[in-house]
Design a protein around this ligand. Sequence first.
Ligand code: GUN
Length: 291
Amino acid sequence: MKLIDGKQIATDIKKEIAQEVREMVEAGAKQPHLAAILVGHDGGSETYVAFKIKDCEEVGFKSSLVRFEDDVTEEELLAKVHELNNDTDVDGFIVQLPLPKHISEQKIIEAIDPRKDVDGFHPINVGRMVIGLPCFVSATPDGIVELLKRYKIETSGKDCVVVGRSNIVGRPMSVLMSQKAINATVTVAHSRTKDLKELCASADILIAALGAPEFIKGDMVKEGAVVIDVGTTRVKSDQTKSGFKLKGDVAFDEVAHKCSYITPVPGGVGPMTRVALLKNTLLAAKKEIYK
Ligand code: GUN
């Protein structure tokens, strides 16, 4: 069994990005600039956005954090999105999800200029991804593809089962795995899937993205499978300083010894998700997707 060290790969990629930024700036370009909109004070969202800002500093990007309270109106948020769309210094921006219930997330996402949508959530980017055109790919699927590539994991002709069909992870992941660069045969499983255990146990590559801690047990995994654990459920813990720890969707101790490769939680997919946002911001700054 080989542990996929997402933390190490993410550190390597961050170094590559930092080097490229230094060269760009030395050649006279402006610093890439990522802005983040954060609404309210949800603990998870606060942590994720703080990491995104820290990552920007580490690679030499400029970053801006725009904060609103929970009672912000949809109109106020849309006005800020339009302002960032028109701000020529901002290369890309994100609106941290989830948003309060009185705001339509879809309306906000669709208001973002696709050329600045470094989360890759806008239907234009999603649609372009589906038909294989240059686009911003959402961060978690992009990070997973990068891990498979850097570990030179054979994907061509393999049976891949993606558990979960969210717009952010499962759905785009299934599309990417079936594309010509990867060539896997993909099944998307979800809450209504029949015989889920048998299906998972038939997978050469199992991608667990359902957000249910330790859902994938030892008897759901084939000997020699590649297992990618996307789960990051925050559970209370008295063993950590923050009072929380992350739990994956895979029961690691039961599953790991059966795998050829497996991602740990934390330190697997998570750091790659963070680095994928930096990659997209650099692409936006270089105008490489939408010329
Ligand atoms: N909430 C959970 N994951 C994400 C993400 O990747 N981007 C944004 N904007 N919000 C999130």
